[in-house]
Design a protein around this ligand. Structure first.
Ligand code: C2E
Ligand code: SIN
Ligand code: SIN
Ligand code: SIN
Ligand code: FE
Ligand code: FE
Length: 393
């Protein structure tokens, strides 16, 4: 008995160490939540697990996994039946109690709770014809001792997959997993805040540069939102969508190297002036070179490539078709759409329908035809941004 337990413990511990390492390297909140729940299920050998995140004095239920119900109705269907809800951080509910006291709650049978301030809410069980029995509820506590959330494990299974109960040993490993999960969750949230601060400074700096040839500075914001909308509608991963949203405001950063007499010229540029103007792509590339993060690397790529054209007649490298980086092809549509639909020192604003008409007409010539098609298909969303961030006359 003792020997067997010892061997099992060592296997679980090595699994736990691996899981912990993977938690800290996951920087996407949604994937991190899934990873925590899945690891908790595997390591404790439970039938179900849920995770709550703290929001001020409430807990928000964010994710659950339930092997029995997923088997019975299919994972997709089960997930579609789950509704988000919140519970107060108080002693009245089990998860609330764990968050309120910072203590682990180990219950043998949630239908037989006696002499406790909390009770079990059977609604979920009744709706899903499920029997919750044993339950282990652990507060996720960060380095400063604050509660970040609550992890709840339901229905401990024995080696023979029979309903069992949580032992001291399960408490210990769940507490270590919970501590690691709290740190990982907090890191992701901090990173989100950092990203927002970062986005804010990109916006301010690029708008400051833009004030030279455009009085409002809204051009870069609109281009950023158009890129975000287009990338998402095209079906790109949310991480790429966010990255291009943050990177695209820098597409014209190289205009900082273009003299005023050219940049602000009210009329058409001469051929020589235009040649100088075209340098803004390469200057942008130099400003953003050797970046050490994804957003800045993408900014560098699209600063250089946003004036390439699908048919190979663009600049600076006369790239053609899919040889043009995707970020450059997306930004080209967003940038030209914005240049056309707004007043420039050298041109009046075109109406939106005419602007969409030019984008459509230039599909396969100036623009990636598939991207152009998707852009036209989200006309309404694009028009919303245009209205919201309108330049004053
Ligand atoms: P921008 O004003 O941000 O314009 C970006 C792109 O939008 C232009 O890239 C062009 O592809 C498209 N675009 C802008 N206006 C029109 C238009 O009236 N008709 C059509 N069909 N397309 C338009 P492009 O041409 O490489 O120009 C890059 C930058 O050079 C422009 O950025 C602007 O800052 C400057 N620029 C271009 N042409 C002139 C000009 O005639 N006078 C002055 N002062 N600057 C110009
Ligand atoms: C974000 O949503 O993550 C960044 C900030 C913003 O959209 O303004
Ligand atoms: C920028 O530096 O990104 C703004 C310049 C512009 O778009 O005109
Ligand atoms: C250009 O004149 O090249 C810009 C927009 C378009 O392709 O019509
Ligand atoms: Fe440009
Ligand atoms: Fe631009």
């Amino acid at each position: 008995m003792k020997k067997k337990g010892g061997i099992k413990a060592r296997n679980d511990v090595s699994e736990l160490i691996q899981v912990m390492a993977s938690l800290t390297s996951e920087h996407n909140l949604e994937r991190l939540l899934k990873l925590i729940v899945q690891s908790a299920l595997d390591i404790t050998h439970s039938d179900a697990a849920s995770l709550y995140l703290r929001e001020k004095d409430q807990l928000r239920f964010v994710i659950t996994s339930n092997k029995t119900l997923e088997r019975r109705m299919g994972k997709k269907v089960f997930e579609s039946t789950i509704k988000a809800f919140t519970v107060a951080i108080s002693k009245k509910s089990i998860s609330g109690f764990a968050a309120y006291t910072g203590k682990i709650v180990n219950i043998k049978d949630v239908y037989k709770i006696e002499g406790k301030p909390y009770s079990f809410n059977k609604t979920f069980d009744e709706i899903n014809k499920y029997r919750s029995k044993s339950m282990l509820t652990v507060p996720l506590i960060n380095r400063e001792g604050g509660v970040v959330g609550v992890l709840q494990l339901i229905n401990k299974l024995s080696n023979k997959n029979k309903l069992s109960t949580y032992k001291k040993y399960d408490e210990e490993i769940t507490i270590s997993l919970g501590a690691q999960a709290a740190v990982a969750l907090e890191n992701v949230q901090l990173q989100d805040d950092l990203l927002k601060a970062h986005y804010d400074s990109i916006m301010r700096l690029s708008a400051a540069n833009e004030f030279r040839d455009n009085e409002t500075g809204f051009h870069v914001q609109r281009v950023s939102f158009y890129c975000e909308l287009l990338a998402r509608a095209y079906g790109l991963e949310e991480e790429y969508v966010k990255n291009i949203k943050y990177a695209s405001p820098l597409h014209d950063v190289g205009k900082i190297g273009i003299p005023d007499n050219i940049l602000k010229k009210p009329g058409r540029l001469t051929e020589e002036e235009y040649e100088i103007m075209k340098q803004h792509t390469l200057i942008g590339g130099k400003i953003l070179v050797n970046a050490d993060n994804d957003i800045m690397r993408l900014a560098q790529e699209l600063a250089v490539s946003h004036h390439e054209k699908w048919d190979g007649s663009g600049y600076p490298h006369t790239l053609k078709g899919e040889n043009i980086p995707l970020s450059g092809r997306i930004t080209a549509i967003a940038d030209v759409f914005d240049a056309l639909s707004n007043k420039r020192v050298y041109k009046p604003a075109f109406p939106l329908d005419k602007t969409f008409g030019i984008i459509e007409e230039q599909a396969g010539i100036h623009f990636d035809p598939q991207l152009a098609k998707v852009f036209i298909s989200i006309k309404d969303q694009v028009a919303d941004v245009f209205e919201r961030l309108k330049d004053e006359d």
